[in-house]
Design a protein around this ligand. Structure first.
Ligand code: SDX
Length: 431
């Protein structure tokens, strides 16, 4: 972090405290409060972390007002149109776009790790067939620390590298197996002659009874969805991975914690919730009823796929996904898809409504992704597992950055305590 060139003055009870200010390469300045409690005996209070920078990172930058998303400085719309997921993985992990030779080596290392330990198959059998695939993924990914002991020592850079490659390589296999298990079909093994996205589609949709040809346009759309979900600064699940990792827990356990957090409907579970909402709306004439509910303070209903903690403009990922939705639906011959029609009309009516425009509530990444995934043949229960698969490289990259920081400290927030002050125990006969 660059040296501080200015400071903020905080005055409490007549006493002044100088707090260093650091200026980043992009985004708001930060006020360094690390010594505040020791100097002034006070905490700051920010339960939703709306005004708190929890770390110093060089991986992803978001400008919510401009609707900008950069991975190591490269805009997401350029990466989505010119790059591909494994190249973006390399960029997030190592900080630069790879040379042809480095990319070939990286892709070869990922490909050679796509199978999982055969004994892990039995973990799936412990779940009911109607288990949500996210429940299976949390369990199986956490259990990886019981199978890959040679890449759990976080202090060994080589083991960190192996764990990173293993996670990126095995997540599609685990996600596809979770899907196959819930539909009662046999697992499909990964193939080394397929690219990352094609491999995932094959493991999900191939059956032993016949040959399966991956549609290259669907593979491209799948790869683009992976790329658009790869990383997103210090979102809730990434912050969960960072906090879990700060205790020194092994990488597989920390990624499992990230998967659990992502599952929530306010976060990665929104893509499933959004499609279910669009289906519940059903036809464009019912949209006003749901918009009214979303605006009603007494109604907990929210428009899923709308709003974002950071984006107060369009989510640039939603813009790209909207284009992909049209392409995939046209390819699948469902360009009159009623759900897409409801989505486009809902977006139009919501954005024309002052409630949404004034609160800067725009479609986010989850608004269109579900439409594409459903058109590709995935059930809604697989939407968040696909988000988790895609985000694994972001979690791993942020984990590596944090673990590699010599100033790493365990994350331990304090609190604003409003409970009972000290009082003596009362024996039960006196209560
Ligand atoms: C992701 O952080 C990330 O980067 C996440 C993510 C990533 O890539 O990792 O981008 C992925 O999680 C995208 C978000 C997916 N979630 C949803 O689509 C669920 C619906 N959205 C909301 O739950 C909400 O918008 C959040 C959780 C996304 C953001 O909530 P904030 O920033 O805490 O905002 P808020 O809840 O304080 O809302 C501000 C106001 C409130 O009204 P007031 O109390 O000020 O009157 O806007 C209202 C909210 O009631 N509001 C909505 C709304 N979202 C916010 N009203 C109706 N519908 C909505 N969707």
């Amino acid at each position: 972090m660059a040296d501080s060139t200015k400071s903020a003055t905080l005055e409490i009870d007549g006493k002044k405290y100088e707090l260093p200010i650091f200026s980043p390469t992009a985004g708001p300045d930060v006020v360094d409060i690390r010594k505040l409690y020791a100097q002034a005996g006070v905490f700051t209070y920010d339960p939703g972390f709306t005004s708190t920078a929890a770390c110093d990172s060089t991986i992803t930058y978001i400008d919510g007002d401009k609707g900008e998303l950069l991975h190591r400085g490269y805009p997401i719309d350029q990466l989505a149109s010119k790059s591909h997921y494994l190249e973006v993985c390399y960029l997030l992990l190592y900080g630069e776009l790879p040379s042809p030779a480095h990319l070939e080596d990286f892709e070869s290392r990922v490909t050679s790790h796509t199978m999982i330990h055969e004994q892990m198959m039995y973990l799936f059998r412990g779940f009911r067939r109607d288990a949500h695939p996210m429940a299976i993924m949390v369990g199986v990914v956490g259990a990886m620390s019981a199978f890959y002991h040679d890449s759990t020592d976080i202090n060994d850079p080589w083991q960190r590298e192996v764990a990173s490659i293993r996670m990126i390589a095995k997540m599609p296999t685990i996600a596809a197996m979770a899907y196959k298990y819930t539909i009662g079909q046999p697992f499909e093994y990964p193939r080394n002659d397929l690219d990352y996205a094609s491999n995932f589609l094959k493991m999900c949709f191939a059956v032993p009874a016949e040959d399966y040809e991956v549609n290259p346009i669907l593979a491209r759309a799948m790869d683009r969805i992976f790329t658009l979900h790869a990383d997103h600064e210090q979102n809730a699940s990434t912050s969960t991975v960072r906090l879990a990792s700060s205790s020194g827990a092994n990488p597989f356990a920390c990624i499992a914690a990230g998967i659990a957090c992502l599952w929530g409907p306010a976060h990665g579970g929104a893509n499933q919730a959004c499609l279910e909402m669009l289906k519940k709306i059903g036809t464009p004439d019912r949209i006003p009823e749901f918009i009214a509910r979303a605006k009603d303070k007494d109604d907990p209903f929210r428009l899923m796929g709308f709003g974002h903690r950071v984006y107060k403009n369009f989510d640039p990922r939603a813009t790209v996904l909207k284009q992909s939705a049209d392409e995939v639906l046209e390819l699948m011959g469902i360009d009159d898809n009623p759900i897409l029609q409801v989505a486009k009309e809902l977006e139009k009516q919501a954005l024309a409504d002052p409630y949404f425009s004034e609160k800067k509530l725009f479609p986010n990444v989850d608004f269109y992704s579900g439409i594409i995934l459903e058109a590709m043949g995935f059930p809604t229960s697989m939407f968040t597992p696909i988000f988790a698969l895609s985000r694994t490289v972001g979690w791993i990259s942020q984990w590596k950055e944090m673990i590699g920081d010599p100033q790493l400290k365990i994350g331990r927030p304090r609190q604003l305590y409003n409970g009972s002050t000290m009082r003596d125990y009362v024996d039960i006969e006196n209560r």
